[in-house]
Write a protein that binds this ligand. Structure first.
Ligand code: GTP
Ligand code: MN
Ligand code: MN
Length: 611
């Protein structure tokens, strides 16, 4: 670590080791945005403490009762700045076809002109913070560097948790380093004497990505995925383009380490769409004796094929930005333990005793709550106390189940890739892919059923390929092709990991879940390891390889033979309709979907037979 005196939070000149290109870019942004001062962040504890105290002073953060949860804070955002804004998220590539049908496209020159105008003077009266960061352990061959400038100190402290932020990252940027430029402003300049608000932001928002020049420009929001540009914007959208160009994978996946009772270790990477259980699976507490699960990452995986043809994965993040509502000592005790202190909460409710609360934390709400906007709340208020997208931001190293090698610069060798969605019907509990191509087909067709609550027609399928629909920085049809290519590279050097599909969310006719889920999911994972070891056979079905009765240990789950049959039922008529829906989805890419995936679709149809 550098001596903090070199680059103190109050300093305004660049540290002498800063690369000239970084210094020039910061100067350029400062000339456009006209901040009152420029601060180069060093990532020290002292700097963090100063920032947090400043944020409490300005009212952006409230301190949680330190006797109950030390060094923790609550942010209440502007009521219209509470989530990612997909309709304001843009991909700016020279050719529209390179963005594909799943992204909002804009011509780079037009977007640049618009942003130039918006950024003019946008930081007046504020501080411009320079936030150098590494995604992945500094020095790992899989890690990448970036610099975010921002006028939000809340963003700085959050980036300090989610990335390796500070002087060491800045030092790693050399004249020949490719680094990502990430410019962020809340778009809320202050006139002389004008009082600030606790959560400055702008009604106009642009989250713009320029993958061809490796740049991100974010305007108007201070919230999570819109403003912590190292996360979804860089580690997924820009990184997926780097990965395409350089032959690796940047994925919306958790990574976990699974140890069997006889001491054999397996690493799994799993892609589920947002709010479909990644953080929960990464922190799973097995109900089967003798098994253990350790956490490596809960949201993003970067993976590269090594010389022996093995897929090696790192968690590029340093923290968790998890959904708070629904998290409790019953559903995810590991997450609850992780946030014992040193945690920033956003849009949660507060208790009378000064601690935090959200829906699902306890079965009955305590009395005397104040909601996420600071208004007194009772169950009769008719609105949630915590915002449904309330989050906790906490360092991964605080997680009691974090694997000892979670920061290994070489990454861990992935034994299995798992895809899942939220499907009330059709999709069985666990299916093994018959081949890499079949696995890519399963990933490309991940779907969730809309509920009445999520709008649209209830039961209507929403395709979220590889859980990356909102995060792929190029045409997703080409992305499917990239996955097929990675498989070829691995096969040429050795072998490919197994691939599986899971569904924890299948429902009975009465609307109740057929599968107990959470800690019981270990039973499906255990079956996967037995398939990998080659100690159990499988049933060849139209959908893939499925467990033989008795091979998934159900002791103590309460899942009887009838329920097991429902969990594994394949309704041919409904699957024929599903094949039609997949074909319609593929058609949205206008002939760009690789032939191999159409072959998989034809195979599925053949196996289903004629009605
Ligand atoms: P993002 O962080 O937004 O990408 O979402 P995520 O994939 O990490 O989702 P998370 O783990 O936060 O889970 C979201 C919801 O799924 C919560 O309401 C959980 O209670 C629920 N959930 C997770 N695992 C299971 C399970 O095995 N069974 C059931 N029924 N629900 C689950
Ligand atoms: Mn996510
Ligand atoms: Mn999560």
């Amino acid at each position: 670590m550098t001596s903090p005196s070199l680059v103190r939070a109050s300093a305004s000149t660049a540290p002498d080791f800063a690369d000239t290109a970084v210094v020039e870019w910061v100067q350029q942004i400062a000339e456009t945005t006209r901040p009152e001062r420029v601060v180069w962040c060093d990532g020290s504890v002292r700097e963090r403490d100063e920032l947090l105290r400043g944020l409490v002073r300005t009212g952006t953060l409230l301190q949680v009762n330190p006797d109950l949860r030390p060094y923790s804070f609550v942010a209440r955002s502007h009521p219209e700045d509470v989530a990612r804004v997909e309709d304001r998220t843009f991909l700016c590539t020279e050719r529209k076809a390179d963005a594909g049908p799943t992204n909002n496209w804009e011509e780079p020159a037009r977007m640049r002109a618009r942003l130039d105008e918006l950024f003019q003077g946008s930081m007046r009266g504020r501080t411009l913070y320079v936030v150098p960061f590494s995604i992945g352990p500094i020095g790992s061959p899989l890690a990448r560097l970036g610099v975010q400038v921002t006028d939000s100190p809340y963003v700085v402290v959050s980036m300090g948790i989610m990335t390796r932020m500070g002087a060491d990252a800045l030092r790693a940027i050399r004249p020949d380093t490719t680094w990502v430029r990430a410019a962020h402003t809340v778009g809320c300049p202050l006139e002389p004497g004008q009082a600030d608000t606790p959560w400055p932001c702008n009604a106009t928002k642009y989250i713009s990505h320029f993958p061809e020049s490796r740049e991100i420009w974010s305007y108007g929001s201070a919230y999570g995925g819109n403003a912590l540009l190292a996360k979804k914007s860089f580690a997924l959208r820009i990184a997926s383009v780097l990965a395409r160009d350089e032959g690796w994978l940047a994925e919306h996946m958790l990574i976990l380490k699974l140890t069997s009772p006889d001491g054999k270790v397996f690493h799994l990477a799993a892609a589920f769409p947002s709010a479909c259980g990644k953080t929960n699976l990464a922190m799973l507490q097995p109900t089967l004796p003798g098994w253990s699960v350790e956490t490596i990452g809960d949201d993003i995986a970067w993976m590269r094929v090594d010389e022996l043809g093995r897929l090696r994965a790192i968690n590029p993040e340093a923290g968790f930005f998890g959904v708070a509502p629904g998290t409790s000592t019953a559903t995810n005790p590991v997450a609850m333990d992780t946030m014992w202190g040193n945690t920033i909460f956003t849009n949660v409710a507060m208790r009378e005793d000064g601690d935090v609360w959200w829906e699902g934390m306890t079965t009955t709400p305590p009395s005397g709550l104040v909601d996420w906007q600071g208004t007194p709340w009772t169950p009769a208020s008719g609105r949630p106390a915590a915002h449904p997208n309330a989050r906790f931001t906490v360092a991964a190293r605080q997680c009691p189940t974090i694997a000892s090698d979670w920061e290994d610069p070489a990454g861990v060798v992935i034994d299995a890739i798992v895809f899942g969605g939220r499907r009330a019907s059709n999709v069985p509990l666990v299916v093994e892919a018959k081949s890499w191509e079949h696995g890519v087909f399963l990933g490309a067709t991940i779907s969730s059923e809309r509920t009445a609550a999520s709008g649209g027609t209830a039961g209507e399928l929403e395709r979220d390929p590889f859980a990356m629909r909102a995060f792929c920085g190029y045409n997703m049809a080409d992305y499917f092709g990239h996955w097929l290519e990675i498989g070829k590279t691995m096969r040429a050097r050795g072998g490919v990991p197994r691939m599986f599909q899971v569904n924890w969310f299948r429902k009975d006719d009465d609307g109740s879940f057929l599968w107990p889920g959470f800690g019981e999911n270990i039973r499906a994972l255990a079956w996967m390891t037995e398939r990998i070891r080659g100690v159990v056979r499988a049933r060849d079905t139209a959908l893939g390889l499925m467990p033989l009765d008795g091979d998934v240990n159900l002791d103590g789950t309460g899942v009887d033979a009838g329920t097991w049959a429902k969990l594994n039922a394949i309704d041919l008529d409904r699957w024929r309709a599903e094949a039609d829906s997949i074909e319609r989805f593929f058609a949205t890419f206008g002939g760009r979907v690789p032939e191999a995936l159409y072959r998989q679709l034809h195979r599925l149809r053949d196996a289903l037979g004629d009605p």
